[in-house]
Ligand binder design. Structure first.
Ligand SMILES: *Cc1c(COP(=O)(O)O)cnc(C)c1O
Length: 412
């Protein structure tokens, strides 16, 4: 039996997370399926930022480092992130970007695993992960071993030369999820450390770093965590490693006693040593406030909704787009899929532009991927229905085939 729009409205009415949408401020009638690239703005943020800027900065000035608690804000934000990724509060540091944190983690891992020189990763990893690994390899005289994005290929490449296995949990293109626990255990058996990139996991996909015995992890603050453009990222180091970790960006905020202004660097005792310099406080305050949306939220329930949205999308694509030569680049099995679904089409870029013109925002990734992110806190089942209907119309009347949609913009 085919689903109709009314069926989707009923699904929304039964959705126990439906009320969370009210906590976000989205443009009227916008269907936003790009929360995996830039999360939507929590509705309470403008007031919080107004207070932070006019009050804490404008009136409190430098006193706010103490009086408004700015100095230990990164630790408080880290505790909120830790809960979402199955880590202890003192295993997570929030600050810098994902790229910078990956640099620190990779360097630390190579130093922990002295004598081994190979960084193992997948060719299809997110480019910044590959670029950072390439920079690290040059600096440490290490070697990168690239394999296909496939569990068997990864496992086959683990040998006694591999110092660190660096993988992204949810692939940014296909949305395919790796079995973190299994792969980490096999990497450990081969004597390698594991770094997981949680950019497309944190805040949408259930993650339990400590259950998987992960060594290190990094992730993004501006995707499903909704911290705002360029929000601080996070880095996780398992407690069993932290005392031995020496990360090379040895800035003063990672020092044991930053305000003694001594000449020699001495790393802080715990995870604080992963800090570098002064954090971007305003962005940190925004992320801090954004994370309050997750207060009391049950992550398995969130994950179940994200899977249901993805399943609905794939079902409707099968029903309504069969005549238009789309491919589905994501796993159909919801257990193997993150919170976005990727379609392929030769005219993918123009189709995405035509959707955006209709108020439906997804994105395009080279060479032919149309990505639709289903942030479970604010995407509705009826949004999925309307999106697939809109794609069907765009294909039927060749709406995509116009110069204004075919010309590439700088940010896709
Ligand atoms: C989005 C994303 C990043 C982003 O890194 P930045 O340093 O924040 O630009 C890194 N890795 C992956 C896998 C991503 O999806």
């Amino acid at each position: 039996m085919k689903l109709n729009r009314q069926d989707c409205i009923v699904l929304d009415a039964q959705d126990q997370l439906a009320a969370y949408r009210e906590k976000f401020s989205l443009p009227e009638s916008e269907i936003y399926l790009d929360g995996n690239s830039l999360g939507a703005m929590p509705a309470h943020l403008p007031a919080r930022m107004q207070q932070a800027i006019a009050g804490e900065w404008g009136q409190g000035l430098i006193r706010s480092w103490n009086d408004a608690g700015w100095i230990d804000l990164p630790q408080r934000v880290a505790a909120k992130v830790a809960r979402l990724i199955g880590a202890d509060a003192d295993e997570v540091m929030v600050g810098d970007s994902t790229s910078v944190n990956l640099f620190k983690a990779l360097a630390s891992a190579l130093r922990l695993n002295q004598g081994r020189k190979v960084i193992l990763t997948e060719r299809g990893n997110f480019p910044t992960d590959l670029y950072i690994a390439q920079g690290i390899a040059e600096l440490f005289d290490a070697e990168i071993r690239y394999v296909d994005s496939d569990e068997a290929a990864v496992l086959a490449a683990l040998d006694e030369d591999v110092a660190v296995l660096m993988l992204t949990h949810v692939n940014y293109r296909s949305g395919r999820i790796y079995d973190m626990k299994k792969i980490t255990a096999l990497a450990h058996a081969a004597g390698a450390l594991c770094i997981w990139d949680l950019a497309h996991s944190a805040g949408a996909v259930h993650v339990d770093l400590n259950a998987a015995k992960a060594d290190m992890a990094v992730g993004c603050g501006y995707k499903y965590l909704n911290g705002g453009p360029g929000a601080p990222a996070f880095v996780f180091v398992a407690n069993r490693h932290i005392e031995d970790v020496r990360q090379p960006l040895s800035g003063w905020h990672g020092h044991a006693r930053p305000f003694e202004f001594v000449q020699r660097y001495q790393p802080a005792a715990g995870i604080s040593r992963m800090q570098c310099g002064t954090p971007p406080l305003l962005s940190m305050l925004a992320l801090d406030a954004a994370l309050d949306v997750f207060d009391g939220l049950d992550m398995p329930q969130l994950r179940a909704k994200s899977q249901a949205l993805g399943d609905l999308f794939i079902r409707l694509v099968d029903e309504k787009l069969a005549d238009f030569s789309f491919g589905i680049a994501s796993p159909r099995d919801k257990e193997l899929r993150g919170s976005h679904v990727a379609l392929t089409h030769a005219q993918g870029y123009a189709i995405v532009q035509a959707l955006i013109a209709r108020g439906i925002t997804g994105d395009f990734r080279m060479p032919d991927i149309l990505r639709f992110g289903f942030a479970p806190l604010y995407v509705r089942f009826v949004d999925i229905y309307d999106t697939v209907e809109a794609i069907a119309e765009i294909m039927k009347n060749q709406e995509w085939n116009q110069d204004k949609f075919l010309t590439r913009k700088a940010v896709t």
